[in-house]
Ligand binder design. Sequence first.
Ligand code: PRX
Length: 642
Amino acid sequence: MSQSIYPPSSEFSAKAHVSGMEGYNALYEKAKDDPEAFWGELAEKELFWFEKWNHVFEWNPPFVKWFAGGKTNVSYNCVDRHLTTPRKNKVAILWEGEPGDQRMITYQELHRLVSRFANVLKARGFKEGDRAIVYMPMVPELPVALLACARLGITHSVVFGGFSAEALKARIQDLDAGVVITADGGWRRGKEVRLKDAVDESLAGCPSVKDVIVLKRTGSNVTMKEGRDHWWHDLDATASEDCPAVPLDSEHPLYVLYTSGTTGKPKGILHTTGGYLLQATMTMKWVFDLKEEDTYWCTADIGWVTGHSYIVYGPLSAGATSVMYEGAPDFPAFDRFWRIVEKYRVTTFYTSPTAIRALLRQGDQWPNMHDLSSLRLLGSVGEPINPAAWEWYHRVIGKGRCPIVDTWWQTETGAIMIAPMPGAVPLKPGSGTLPLPGILPDIVDFNGIPMEEGREGFLIVRRPWPSMLRTLWGDPERYKENYWSRIPGIYFTGDAARRDADGYYWILGRVDDVMNVSGHRLSTMEVESALVRHPAVAEAAVVGRPHEITGQAVCCFVTLKKGDYDPAVLGKELRQWVAHEIGAFARPEEIRFTEGLPKTRSGKIMRRLLREIVTSNAVTGDVTTLEDMGSITRLAAQHDEE
Ligand code: PRX
């Protein structure tokens, strides 16, 4: 298949932080040859330190420390240091609520809000080393709460507002948190998500929680428990605006973020201070090419790592104006994203392939109703982006002018690892392109032997990087086992990938999603992208199911674009289509048409559930991360097998 290549325009390159392949290569080689000098110089130049570190990094596999002995503070770097610069009156957070309410918070105002709330926490007795759970809607007080915790050295853990009381309880208990910061509720598709009710339900089994601080967002009725529950505005009203940031060790735990593992128990990924912030800050420049005049918007939820690094810590440390939106992309209509882009003259837009595909499906009339000419750079994260979605994003949203940065990283990596520097690296749709400076990935087989060009293998990372996870909260053994034992001493990403003749990385998905059909290795993602290239297909999810002759058989769940189809005819056509696109061995055994796919709140298709459905037509286990439980029931019911 011929591959389109999109080199950066000379206009974009001329103004970029890093220009041309020479610019990229020089940085990459420098970081590779002398990581201590490379990261040490950047840390000194890009961050504020109360005291300098002893060593740039100390590597005792699999545990690493970055800038240990150095004293800094993430909240100081994200807020205070801008106050002595012309940024002091720049908008830091440009917020829009789902009902249409707006707030524009400057760096000076953010400083006041953060200092006051830090004093609220201090007055309740919370201090360095304590833990806070944050369970809030996407309102400015959420980053304020995080920055207030960081200011005092309280380790925070954000629990996404879509998680249930049960999931919340498990996280509070695992973290042994002393305080829960929440709200009465938030808005999602015009309905209230009642957060305080879920907190009340979860707290029955959580004796560690002494205080619950409740922001009034929706104004609905909530129960306040005397002595335990306090309104944010009551505590905040009398708090002083003077709260100096505490100098903390560079390895002080900044946050824990829980993510799904292969077992039912979520893993608490731990990120620390100096190294994390440095890589989050640098990637704002390298990947998003951040300029003083940009209006940058990451559409993620702060409940996920993308929101931590690219709504809160990265943009604020880099002094950006960052848009934050509370609600759903399709509320009240499918043009909400494009309406916001037009209204605030957004220049940089970062979203997920799932969102792109969902909006693509609704047709070009929605983006075409708006002036999107302010955009100069687009980004994608979280899953491989299929060529059709990439082309649409490029043509209909970016009008062919805007580079697309496809950013590969994970909760565990803390910041972007593989992505194009948009003024330097030519793009290939569907590839994250090349690793960033200081990142040494490779593709290897089971024994850790590097794969030849073009061959699929495990994606690994050879050298520790600044924003690497430090451990799993309370479970260093699981940390070693999960990430460092598959290929001893080397970070195992859990992803399959291949590298082409230009050294570009192509992520093929999780290795637990790899099928083996008649002795052929076949990525579920490969079949999915073949299916979505078919004009009738909107989305597809593929899983392997045990098959007595071929080992595994390919089983596909397919949602269709609008139109009239005969399932029997189309089923046959799609099987033929996949055989044609990949090879006869990949011909799906089964195609199931469905209205929706079961997804986590962050938009990832839950293949584990689909595997269960195709294996037994029943679903068990932990389903607390589901967006739409109804879709599972429908899937099981609409079984269409040839
Ligand atoms: O499989 C990769 C996929 O998402 C996984 C990480 O998920 P999570 O920790 O939830 O973080 C998502 C946001 C950073 C990876 O192991 N993934 C992430 N970005 C990409 C991707 N797959 C392909 N292309 C990407 N750009």
